[in-house]
Design a protein around this ligand. Structure first.
Ligand SMILES: Cc1cc2nc3c(=O)[nH]c(=O)nc-3n(C[C@H](O)[C@H](O)[C@H](O)COP(=O)(O)O)c2cc1C
Length: 430
């Protein structure tokens, strides 16, 4: 074959002009994005994203459990494939949300604002962390069309609690994501080895690593110092260094006692949706439903808190059965592919949530990186549903357990399909 014949067959690719084009040619999976993020970040900062509690058993199980579930595709027509659905009374372009992650400006100077903008453009909700490094009001101002949720601990001090709730409501946060898995901070030993404590502070080792990652270091040094401006009840004028009592107590290793009465109290104080984040026990799912909680996020905090927990995916069927459609169910932990999203919905979840995948995108390329991760999830979910033989999220929910099988399940067993999605039956206005 001559050179001119080869030229006739192949087109020569010009240089990529935008960050999105560069990513499209380089990152075909979340794993590709993870590798890119690991090159962009100093090792100890990357470890802060990656790490889990103690021996990281929960962390490893989160991802590996997806391999235990296999698809049983069905043949039939797939028409007008549609990923959109409703969640907590509002629309979502696909059944995915961005989970709260503290300290986000450590990974890219545009931090939470870049994540929120990408979420808004993709049409998925974003949960802003209490330990966010950008004031909640700044995120709101930058993303008027975003479905925004605010993440808090159950706070015993009711004056402090009410002030934070008032501030979140005034800033237009629709829902509350309330942690029930943070009575103590998980023992993330990677961070101790790196001299990296919670909340994050920069040590000498990181400074040295920073010199070896000049792009990250320049972004870090040229921008406002890392602060946690949502911890104060008052709207800040500038970066803050104060740490309210709740966090001082928590970080000192003791725990401020809160219980179901605090959750009932929260229900009475907040008119919008409440999502309890970190529910893994079917009994807790039932209690949450009884006291009028709108949703639970089945989660082990991405393996960062209690070690030796079951994977949220494996827990789903029991929780879905116990909840009996009385509340909506979001699941997070180890979701890295659109096929993972499809498995979780088939097992009865209403939506999935991701943490590390969007942080990889942010670290690799700011807002464009988060947007690319969301596009990959959308494309993979679409392709998986097409190959599975389902046209909509509603159909996936209804056919659910007939389309998926656990490796230990006998081949002949057929499980009942879960009940119809609550959000489609009853629309709740915040
Ligand atoms: C760097 C990092 C910081 C996090 N910070 C918070 C937080 O402030 N509040 C919270 O509820 N969960 C936090 N999480 C947990 C996430 O909300 C989510 O549960 C978890 O990341 C999901 O697992 P995945 O990372 O495998 O997707 C954090 C996770 C990471 C990776």
């Amino acid at each position: 074959m001559k050179f001119k014949d080869i030229r006739a067959l192949a087109t020569v690719q010009g240089p990529a002009r935008t960050a999105s084009e560069r990513l499209a040619r380089r990152c075909y999976s979340v794993e590709d994005m993870r590798k890119l993020a690991s090159k962009r970040l100093p090792g100890s900062i990357f470890d802060y994203i990656e790490g889990g509690g103690e021996d990281e058993v929960s962390l490893r199980r989160n991802q590996s459990s997806f391999d235990d579930w296999s698809f049983l595709p069905k043949w039939g027509s797939v028409q007008d494939l549609d990923l959109s659905s409703t969640l907590l009374g509002g629309p979502v372009s696909m059944p995915l949300t961005l989970a709260p992650t503290g300290g986000t400006r450590l990974f890219h100077p545009d931090g939470e604002t870049a994540v929120a903008r990408a979420a808004m453009e993709a049409g998925v909700p974003y949960g802003l962390a209490h330990l966010s490094t950008t004031p909640m009001e700044h995120v709101s101002a930058a993303t008027p069309g975003l479905r925004r949720w605010f993440n808090i601990e159950p706070i015993g001090d009711k004056v402090e609690l009410q002030a934070i709730l008032d501030r979140a409501a005034a800033a237009g946060y629709e829902g509350l994501l309330v942690n029930v898995d943070c009575r103590a901070i998980g023992h993330r030993e990677r961070d101790y080895h790196n001299g990296f404590t919670a909340p994050p502070s920069i040590k000498m080792k990181t400074v040295v690593e920073g010199a070896l990652h000049p792009r990250w270091a320049l972004g870090f040094l040229a921008n406002d110092a890392i602060a946690f401006p949502n911890l104060d009840a008052e709207i800040p004028d500038g970066p803050l260094s104060s740490t309210p009592d709740m966090w001082r107590t928590l970080l000192a290793g003791s725990y401020e006692p809160t219980d179901w009465d605090d959750i009932r109290d929260l229900r009475a104080r907040w008119n919008g949706p409440i999502i309890l984040k970190g529910v893994v026990n079917p009994n807790d799912a039932a209690t949450a439903a009884e006291i009028g909680i709108d949703a639970i996020q089945v989660s082990n905090h991405g393996g960062r808190q209690l070690d030796h927990m079951a994977s949220p995916l494996d827990l789903l069927p029991d929780i879905v059965d116990r909840a009996e459609g009385r509340l909506e169910i979001i699941v997070d932990g180890g979701i890295r592919r659109g096929s993972d999203v499809v498995k979780a919905i088939a097992l009865g979840a209403d939506a999935c949530s991701i943490g590390r995948p969007y942080l990889y995108g942010l670290a690799a390329a700011g807002q464009a990186g988060v947007a690319h991760v969301l596009r990959m999830f959308e494309a993979e979910t679409t392709r998986t549903m097409m190959l599975l033989g389902v046209s909509s999220i509603q159909e996936l929910r209804l056919e659910g357990r007939g389309l998926i099988r656990h490796r230990n399940a006998p081949l002949t067993r057929t499980s009942p399909a879960p009940k119809a999605h609550k959000g489609l039956v009853e629309m709740r206005t915040p």
